[in-house]
Structures are given as C-alpha cells and as structure tokens.
Design a protein around this ligand. Structure first.
Ligand SMILES: [Zn+2]
Length: 434
C-alpha cells in the first residue's frame, strides 16, 4: 500500500438494489452502451443482425443524450437495418424501448393508427400524433410481453452469469428487486447444489395490481423454503419511472414538456397493497425515483400509521427527495436504497432537467442526518455493480455540490445491515486517495 491508498474492509459487502436475472441476461443482449454517437450506431448496426431472443433481436443500453441533440430515435431508422425481424432496443435506464415496425406489428400496433397512452405509460409521438417507435414504462410493457420468454435452462444459466458478475466485483450479498417465483425456485436449486455462493434476499415483482393475491401467496409459501443464503425480501413494485426517460414523477413539469412524469398506480391502490402486505408482515419495496413519487408514497404510509397499520417500507432510488418528505419519513419504518453511480450517468443533464429541484438530488447526507437507514447499490444491470464506481460517484457528486454521507467510510453503506447474516464475508477495498 502506498500513502496514496487506503484500505477499507467491508463486511457483508452488499449491493442493495439489483436485478439479478437481468444482470445475467444483459450478457446475451446486444450491448448498446458502448455506442457514443449516431454515426457509430450506423457503423455497428449491420453487425447486430442475429436473433438472440426467439425470433427477436434485443439490445440494451442506448442513451440518446450522448448521441447529439439532433438525434431522435425512430422506428424508421431501425427498419433500414432490421427489416425482417422484430427489434427492441432498451434505453440505458431500462425504462423505455425503441422498436422497429416488425416489433410494433407483433404487438398488434398499426404504425399510422392513433392509440391512447396506456395508464402509467407514454407512447412517444411526432407532431402529427403518430408513434415514433419509443415506448415508455407501461407502454414498454405492452411491447415486452411479445418478446419470447427465456426457457428455465436459459434463466438458470443467466442467474449463474449474474452471480459471477457480483462475486467478481466483490459483492457477497445482494438484494434482488427483480424476482419472481421461477427465479426463486431456480435459486433454491442453486443453493441445494452448493453453487449459490452469494447471500440473496429476493423481492417478488408485482407487475400489476391484479396479481396481488397470487404474489402474496407465493411470498408466504416461499418464505417457508428459505435456506441460509436465500431468503424472501418482500414485494416490489414500480410507482413511477426514470428521469432519463422522463417517467420519474416530479413536482414540476419536465423542461419544455406538459407533463411531470408517470404514475403506475393510484394512491388508493398503493394504500391497499401496503395494508395487505403489512398485515402479513411482508416488507414492501416501491420504486419511487421522482420527488413527488416519494412524497406521495410516504404520505400514504403515514395515513396507514395513523390507523395503526405499520410495516417495513423500502424506498428504491430516492434520487430526489424534498426536505419536507424526509421529515415525514422519520416517523416511519423506512429504508432508502440509493445508487450513487447513477450520478455518473445522469450528471450530463441533471441540472438542465431538474432546475430548482436539483438541490434535492442524491440526498444521502440529509437522510442519514435525519436518522433514516440508507443502503447503497448499483441497480445492476443499469450500472455495473462496483465499489470503485460508488467511490468515483461520491467524489464527483461532492464536486457538484452534493454533500458526502456523514461517515468516515461512506463505502460502508455497502455493508448488509444484518450482522447475523453471512458475517464471515469481508471484502477488502483499496481506495485511491486524491
Ligand atoms: Zn431497479
């Protein structure tokens, strides 16, 4: 070790927000994250003409904010390169897809017809109101449901790939917020075959409110099959979208837009979900990225508390939280899961997109000062799980006026809070100073 290095020992090194299966799946998708301009896209696109999901071509990681202001994703661009097969290219934040004509045909959408936006979703349109081929949040789901599902064998292989990604990056504990009964069963098989090698808490995803009774039953039954390295975390669902796709629900309009983002549930419905989970002692995790999304969910939890109904509320992302919301959180059993590395991806447009809300960005310090529990994660595969990236993001954010967490070693927010769960695991991280 030189004087420019500092060693940090991280017990139970934990990535507190990951999509485990998605992390493995991403390895088999076309990687669009390395494309830095539209010119590069045009050069590379002819190489991607091979099917990787049944009869579909699926890619991940495009980010038009890096491709110049003139670039607008449109199905016609994809049609030039991919006339014969349905194509879905998922944006870097995972919340929108850019698709070609064949994909819209598969989903039963005629290009020139005018469709209303589904609740909680947005179909991007041109000035004439016609679809451009970009589908956000629940509108994306309308396309996704036609992409062939992986087989169980493929899923198992992707869970193994995902496991290796976390282990290689030094993480021994993960919190999987993209779980489902099939993954749970496959993870159980891995544990029995002694090939889990990770401590996993899995949240079961609720895609829509109609599935609530079924999910609760699955969670209760799966809990009985927990093994030392694998346990059920609770129920997870999305309330809003992401900032990059302009689906995160804000308290003000997006610049030059007539909307504040998307909401996937009515508040009365959220109240019912929280009530039904908490009466069975099931923790709930809610994707709340925008300031108004977090605020509304916290107020719902408050109303329930006044009626004597309480439980663990995990707030996912919390990228923007107003000071008044933090005050309300203090009376609740809240755990916030933040991903510093999103700062590195979002900083290009964060100030421009948020205006006066920028002051509420990445509030790790304010939350910890208020006594709220905070854990750090990556949102893998959206960002690579990486202690180096967390460190880099904290330093970069501090330079942009976002205060550091009030700890000697902020990387300890990557330590799983339960000292009784896999305490034998310690990860050594060498930090470069300066
Ligand atoms: Zn996520």
């Amino acid at each position: 070790m030189t004087s420019l290095e500092k060693i940090i020992q991280i017990p139970r090194c934990y990535d507190s927000h990951v999509h485990w299966l998605g992390t493995g799946e991403r390895k088999n998708l076309i990687d669009l994250s390395t494309i830095n301009s539209f010119k590069e896209f045009i050069q590379q696109a002819p190489l991607w003409n091979h099917l990787n999901r049944g009869s579909w071509i699926v890619g991940f990681g495009w980010d038009s904010s890096r491709w110049g202001d003139d670039f607008k994703p449109h199905y016609k661009i994809l049609d030039q390169f991919f006339p014969d097969h349905p194509v879905s290219f998922i944006r870097a934040d995972g919340h929108s897809s850019w698709v070609n004509s064949k994909a819209m045909e598969e989903a039963g959408l005629k290009r020139d017809e005018i469709f209303p936006d589904p609740p909680g979703g947005r179909i991007e349109r041109n000035e004439q109101g016609k679809m451009t081929g970009v589908f956000v949040d629940s509108a994306k789901d309308c396309i996704d449901q036609f992409i062939p599902q992986s087989s169980k064998a493929e899923m198992l292989s992707n869970l193994r790939l995902g496991r290796d990604v976390f282990l290689k990056a030094g993480f021994t504990h993960i919190r999987d917020v993209g779980g489902a009964l099939t993954h749970w069963e496959l993870a159980g098989e891995m544990a029995r075959a002694n090939e889990l090698d990770l401590y996993v808490e899995m949240f079961f995803n609720l895609e829509n409110g109609d599935q609530l009774a079924e999910r609760l039953k699955e969670i209760q039954q799966s809990r009985l099959q927990s093994v030392p390295r694998l346990k059920v975390g609770g129920l997870k669902f999305y309330y809003d979208g992401a900032l990059g796709s302009e689906g995160a629900y804000l308290s003000q309009n997006y610049p030059e837009k007539e909307h504040r983002g998307l909401r996937l549930y009515e508040l009365s419905h959220i109240e019912e979900i929280l009530h039904r989970c908490w009466e069975k002692n099931i923790p709930v995790a809610i994707h709340t990225l925008g300031d108004e999304a977090v605020h509304q969910v916290v107020l719902v939890a408050h109303r329930l508390k006044e009626r004597g109904i309480e439980g663990l509320l995990n707030l996912e992302h919390c990228e923007l939280v107003r000071d008044e919301t933090i005050i309300f959180m203090r009376a609740l059993n809240v755990h916030c899961h933040l991903q510093p590395s999103h700062f590195l991806s979002d900083r290009r447009w964060l100030k421009q997109k948020l205006g006066s809300l920028y002051q509420y960005c990445f509030p790790w310090k304010k939350l910890l000062d208020a006594g709220i529990s905070v854990s750090f994660g990556s949102d893998s595969p959206i960002e690579a799980p990486s202690l180096e990236k967390t460190q880099e993001a904290l330093t970069a954010a501090q330079k942009e006026g976002i205060e550091l967490p009030p700890l000697n070693d902020p990387l300890l927010l990557h330590s799983h809070p339960d000292e009784n769960w896999g305490n034998e695991c310690v990860t050594t991280f060498t930090m470069q100073k300066g």
